[in-house]
Write a protein that binds this ligand. Structure first.
Ligand SMILES: [Fe+2]
Ligand SMILES: [Fe+2]
Length: 211
């Protein structure tokens, strides 16, 4: 098997980052769950949904970065395949959120490179700390993402079934990712780490809604 040098890994990471950050560069592997007719949204409703979907899209950029950082540093002898599968499902989420933003005539967040960099660094650090922390980090991230998604589903205008179908499928996947990471030996993270993660995610949701 070919041995990858540090430069190979650097180029690979850069390629992954670009694919996550450049609009249109990620294609979904599964069909978009929003397979029903568009319904009419008032201007203010559409604006709110776009804000929510922009936050969710940023969250998926973070998920990409987390899995990419983890893959670089964690050993994961038994669950590498499962983690790769989760990362592929995150690509679907990213593409579906982007599609919905386009339908709403809106855009992805300008801050995504910042979130990608932060999450990549945290994912890589958790991998260096050890697999049980790395998996614990995945589990905690997925848990927090799921809470956001459930909140956003509640906030959607009643008639916006296209957005709802996407978010419901994403939530189902995230809970599965969380359980996979926990079953693989992910541990509870120290409280200060969890507080820091909540803080960063609050900052992300507050800003990506607007820009
Ligand atoms: Fe996701
Ligand atoms: Fe996930």
């Amino acid at each position: 098997m070919r041995q990858f040098t540090g430069v190979d890994k650097l180029i690979h990471s850069f390629d992954q980052a670009l694919r996550s950050l450049v609009p249109g560069a990620t294609a979904a592997h599964r069909e978009n769950p929003a397979n029903i007719e568009e319904t009419q949204l008032a201007v203010s409703e559409a604006r709110h949904v776009a804000g929510l979907m922009r936050v969710n899209h940023s969250g998926e950029v973070c998920a990409q970065a987390l899995y990419h950082g983890q893959a670089l540093t964690a050993k994961l002898p038994n669950v590498r395949r499962e983690m790769e599968q989760a990362a592929i499902e995150e690509q679907d989420h990213l593409a579906w959120c982007e599609d919905r933003l386009k339908e709403l005539d809106s855009h992805t967040s300008l801050l995504n490179p910042v979130w990608y960099g932060l999450s990549f660094g945290m994912g890589a650090l958790a991998g260096i700390a050890g697999d049980k922390y790395s998996l614990g980090f995945v589990a905690e991230t997925e848990r927090q993402v799921s809470l956001h998604l459930e909140d956003h589903i509640r906030q959607l205008p009643e008639q916006d079934d296209r957005s709802r179908k996407i978010l419901v499928q994403m939530n189902e996947d995230e809970l599965h990712h969380r359980d996979t990471a926990l079953n693989a030996g992910g541990v509870d993270l120290p409280t200060p780490v969890r507080i820091a993660m909540t803080g960063i995610s609050k900052l992300m949701t507050k800003t990506s809604y607007y820009i």
